[in-house]
Design a protein around this ligand. Structure first.
Ligand code: ADP
Length: 493
């Protein structure tokens, strides 16, 4: 009897392999970083072969370290950085260009042309996304237009496209399976989230031939097998990283949401089988499709969250480590109301203002590093307030509790202030590895390794932060925040 599930977590800066035992506990994690290529300003690339070798390396290391053989592994789940685009030759297995990473901005002009030609409302209606260089569509077009011979290869049916999940599945199955799941497909900007099919009109305007596209499967489908010691291990779950975190947080029901506090913040709200259209700059996306039923989500993004704390440490050098901000915030002067707006690269949901820039307001002679640290933590929570308010307005759903994960929410000051400002309880689970956990749960359920009832018992809260701030005080914080946001907007001409 197999006794483990393995998650492959392919992130933007590192690849990880995570081992779960029968009790659904994490037994071990192996991790390796890989090279980031910044060829020009705004360009970000990865070498797909390095990603594959790195992912295979951590998997092999995990098995060796724990003395595991093929018979010990019941199933594999894959979760990945989203939108990042790879095109490869199916005969040689070699990419025809590096992977163009989600952060890459080289296709902004193509996006502007699409917007000028009135494609934005069509893209929104069909895909739930905005026209943006962030998504795969214009990246695929760029490779096809700029790599010599790419279109000829596509015409002869020898070129394949994939997001990172597809690239890993193809390699794990030795080229047998060319497939993706609905959550990853929904981030390409040419997948119709209403019909759950590649969209002919969008493929045409982006000039992408349908011959290169992977088959789109349920997120909990059987994506082929990876052989270990001659034994076939089924790949039984595939989800984009934010969707995997939503699943791992057991936000399976309509109205349940999670927020991840990492470098930036990503909030996803499960809207069930209903596709909610946002008026407030949120994206509509597919959370997962299981057993042919789509679960939709609304998604909001804050660009700068934990990275503002890194700025205090590395830029201003007023703290030595991120954890120190908690003690400083607790010691800050209650009469001092420094407001930090960390709009270092513009503002995300709901403002989408790329010309906003960061600012610090309300400084007095008494303001020091404690007040700056507190203002920075509060800004993470206040930006999240803006996202959650947009979500509640668009969906009509009022949250009872917000499930959280990510490195920065270990900060108790931040977590308490977040609960206070949202008037919503913050549930911090013991296991903050929601992403890898999400696909482990899905894969384990798929092969009958666990039952849903068992998985639902796994949610173990480390701490529940209840809202505990007087309404008057909350209103003052929100008023100061709104005033500060207003003054940072449109800063760049
Ligand atoms: P990512 O996955 O985006 O790399 P992590 O989930 O690992 O991010 O979280 C790291 C981020 O959280 C960093 O930006 C760091 O500054 C911030 N962070 C980590 N610990 C704390 C803390 N105790 N208080 C505030 N911020 C923190």
């Amino acid at each position: 009897m197999s006794s483990y599930i393995v998650s492959l977590d392919q992130g933007t800066t590192s690849s990880r392999a995570v081992l779960f035992n029968e009790q659904a506990q994490i037994v071990d994690i192996t991790q390796r970083e890989f090279t980031q290529h910044f060829l020009k300003p705004g360009w970000v690339e990865h070498d797909p072969l390095e990603i594959w070798e790195c992912q295979l390396g951590v998997l092999t290391e995990l098995l060796a370290k724990n003395n595991l053989k093929g018979v010990d592994i019941a199933a594999i789940g894959i979760t990945n950085q989203r939108e990042t685009t790879v095109l490869w030759d199916k005969n040689t297995g070699k990419p025809i260009y590096n992977a163009i990473v989600w952060q890459d901005k080289r296709t902004i002009e193509t996006c502007e042309k699409l917007i000028d030609n009135d494609w934005e409302p069509i893209v929104r209606e069909k895909t739930g996304l905005l026209v943006d260089a962030y998504f795969s569509g214009t990246k695929v077009k760029w490779i096809l237009d700029n790599v010599e011979g790419a279109r000829t290869l596509a015409q002869s049916g020898d070129l394949l496209f994939g997001t990172i999940d597809t690239w890993l599945i193809w390699n794990l199955t030795q080229g047998k399976v060319h497939a993706t799941d609905c959550s990853n497909a929904s981030r390409t900007m040419f997948f119709n989230i209403n019909s759950a099919q590649w969209d002919g009109d969008l493929l045409k305007v982006l000039d992408i031939p349908s011959t290169i596209l992977p088959m789109v499967k349920d997120s909990n489908a059987h994506f082929g097998d990876y052989q270990i010691d001659g034994i076939n291990i089924p790949i039984r779950a595939v989800l984009g990283d934010q969707q995997a975190a939503l699943y791992g947080q057991l936000s399976w029901q309509k109205g349940e949401a999670k927020n991840t506090y990492g470098t930036g913040c990503f909030m996803l709200l499960n809207t069930g089988e209903e596709r909610v259209i946002s008026d407030s700059g949120l994206l509509t996306t597919i959370a997962w499709r299981t057993n042919n039923t789509i679960t939709y989500a609304l998604e909001g993004s804050v660009f700068i969250a934990g990275s503002a704390v890194q700025w205090l440490r590395d830029g201003l050098q007023i703290i030595e480590c991120a954890e120190q901000t908690e003690e400083l915030a607790n010691a800050a002067d209650n009469e001092d109301h420094v407001v930090v707006v960390p709009a270092f690269s513009g503002l995300g949901t709901p403002y989408w203002d790329m010309s906003a820039r960061g600012a610090v307001f309300g400084l007095s002679l008494g303001s020091g590093k404690a007040e700056l640290a507190r203002g920075t933590l509060q800004a993470i929570a206040l930006q999240t307030y803006d996202v959650l308010t947009a979500m509640q307005n668009d969906s009509g759903i009022k949250l009872q509790a917000l499930k959280v994960d990510g490195g920065a929410i270990a900060n108790n000051y931040l977590a308490q202030f977040q609960a206070d400002i949202l008037e919503v309880a913050i549930e911090r689970p013991k296991n903050l590895e929601s992403t890898a956990t999400g696909v482990a749960y899905m894969a384990g359920l798929g092969v009958g390794f666990w039952t849903e009832a068992f998985i639902q018992q796994q949610y173990d809260i480390d701490y529940r932060f209840n809202s505990n701030m007087a309404a008057e005080q909350r209103e003052k914080y929100l008023a100061r925040w709104k005033k500060a946001i207003k003054r940072t907007r449109g800063w760049l001409d």
